[in-house]
Write a protein that binds this ligand. Structure first.
Ligand SMILES: Cc1cc2nc3c(=O)[nH]c(=O)nc-3n(C[C@H](O)[C@H](O)[C@H](O)COP(=O)(O)OP(=O)(O)OC[C@H]3O[C@@H](n4cnc5c(N)ncnc54)[C@H](O)[C@@H]3O)c2cc1C
Length: 399
């Protein structure tokens, strides 16, 4: 192809997801000529399926504490410069109705489509060009910037932004391209694995717990690192799921056990002792079934984790042991369901190679990484989108 046939842009963004679209609009408003490329048919596909179709688009408590990253300080700058309040203002300006749920999570009242509409409207107002169903084939760099070959021809740009997301949900078009580009330009990539993902169990435990499938209850789960979450645990026919499990999965390393507190937020030993005093004839299982699903209590007895007898027959030491069993039930997951069902990818482009203020590669002028492709992973609850908005916004001020 001749030099003149190459379409030149100020900024090319690979990935029309949450981070890419936010960055594109910001750069466009600064007068930059912006092209967004994506291999999928439609932009923002993960946004559309997020939050059960209602997109948990941010969290009122968003802050660096809610992110996993090898450098715990890295997220501070972007999160402070484009906050959850900024994104809430944006959706309010576009008339999106939303509701607050537990733990400060904000969801669209109607549909996640509203968030995609906001982003595409902003891109439209900012003069951004979107080109879908386009594969990036090769990238190279010289003094003038970047040269790209794509399934739809050659392109060139001054600034190249990689916003290709993580590896979760491969059926939605997730690819490792972003990591490959990072490696090509000498940026290290922190090994990736599935996060916010259900656990599978070893076959003996899976079989033993199979008839609990469908039971959900509030618990505190604690990982070996000491990180704990109090939310719902759901027994499934494959293993363990629910918000508490998804959260702790991001802190779990294969081979480790997790501790389950089935009666969080109370002094269980004191509670049992008081119950013994008040009604010594009552059987332990009757007392527990007032607080826990009956099927679960029966299962704990069947597994010999507990023995039931009238409360008066327990010595104080035995009551202490019962309390420990109920608050520190340990299970060793076999693994996770992997990228097939994971909400996010842990690891990614090493933040040591990026400038936290701009998201630019330290040693490659004009190259930027934003969103989930970076080694920044949020808790469940809208934190991952907030990272996309914040990192996309800051990069948009500099590209
Ligand atoms: C089922 C599910 C529910 C979720 N719910 C929530 C939620 O409610 N709240 C929350 O905060 N987070 C949620 N998440 C996480 C959130 O969706 C992601 O963290 C977020 O979408 C990441 O945005 P991104 O822009 O970095 O990447 P993505 O949104 O994944 O966008 C990347 C884009 O790059 C494109 N792309 C990839 N490879 C290539 C390539 N080789 N060439 C061209 N284009 C490419 C993709 O097609 C895609 O459009 C959920 C995730 C899942 C899977």
């Amino acid at each position: 192809m001749s030099q003149s046939a190459i379409a030149r842009w100020d900024v090319i963004i690979i990935g029309a997801g949450a981070a890419g679209l936010m960055c594109a609009a910001q750069a466009g408003y600064r007068g930059r000529r912006v092209l967004v490329l994506d291999n999928a048919k439609k932009p923002g596909r993960k946004i559309l399926i997020s939050g059960g179709g209602r997109c948990n688009f941010t969290n009122l408590q968003a802050g660096p504490h809610a992110y996993l990253c090898q450098n715990p300080h890295f997220t501070k700058s972007a999160l402070a410069r484009y906050t959850q309040r900024d994104f809430i203002d944006l959706v309010e300006r576009h008339g999106v109705e939303y509701e607050e749920r537990a733990h400060g999570q904000l969801f669209c009242t109607e549909s996640a489509k509203e968030i995609v509409r906001v982003l595409l409207t902003e891109c439209d107002w900012a003069g951004v060009t979107l080109q879908m169903q386009t594969e990036l084939l090769t990238v190279s760099r010289d003094e003038a910037g970047f040269s790209l070959t794509t399934s739809r021809g050659a392109l060139a740009c001054e600034s190249l932004v990689i916003a290709t997301g993580g590896l979760s949900l491969p059926k939605l078009g997730a690819t490792p391209l972003g990591y490959r580009v990072a490696e090509q330009f000498g940026l290290p990539v922190v090994p990736t694995h599935a996060g916010l993902v259900p656990f599978t169990l070893h076959s003996a435990e899976k079989e033993a717990l199979a008839d609990l499938s469908g039971i959900s209850l509030p618990v505190t789960l604690t990982a070996a690192s000491g990180q704990a979450f109090t939310e719902a645990l759901l027994f499934t026919h494959r293993g363990l799921s629910g918000p508490a499990v998804l959260q702790i999965s991001s802190y779990w390393t294969p081979g480790e056990a997790i501790a389950i507190n089935l009666l969080p937020g109370r002094d269980v030993c004191a509670w049992l002792t008081q119950a013994q005093r008040e009604n010594g004839a009552q059987e332990l299982k009757t007392l527990l079934a007032r607080e826990l699903p009956r099927r679960l209590v029966d299962k704990l007895l069947e597994l010999d984790l507990l023995r039931s007898k009238p409360l008066r027959q327990y010595t104080p030491r035995e009551l202490g042991e019962v309390a420990t069993r109920l608050t520190q039930w340990t299970l060793k997951p076999n693994g996770t369901e992997g990228y097939r069902t994971a909400e996010v990818t842990l690891g990614g482009v090493d933040t040591d190679a990026l400038l936290s203020k701009t998201m630019a590669a330290r040693d490659v002028p004009g190259l930027y990484f934003i969103g989930e492709v970076v080694d920044v992973t949020g808790w469940l609850g809208g934190f991952n989108f907030q990272w996309c908005w914040s990192s996309g916004w800051v990069a948009g001020q500099f590209v």
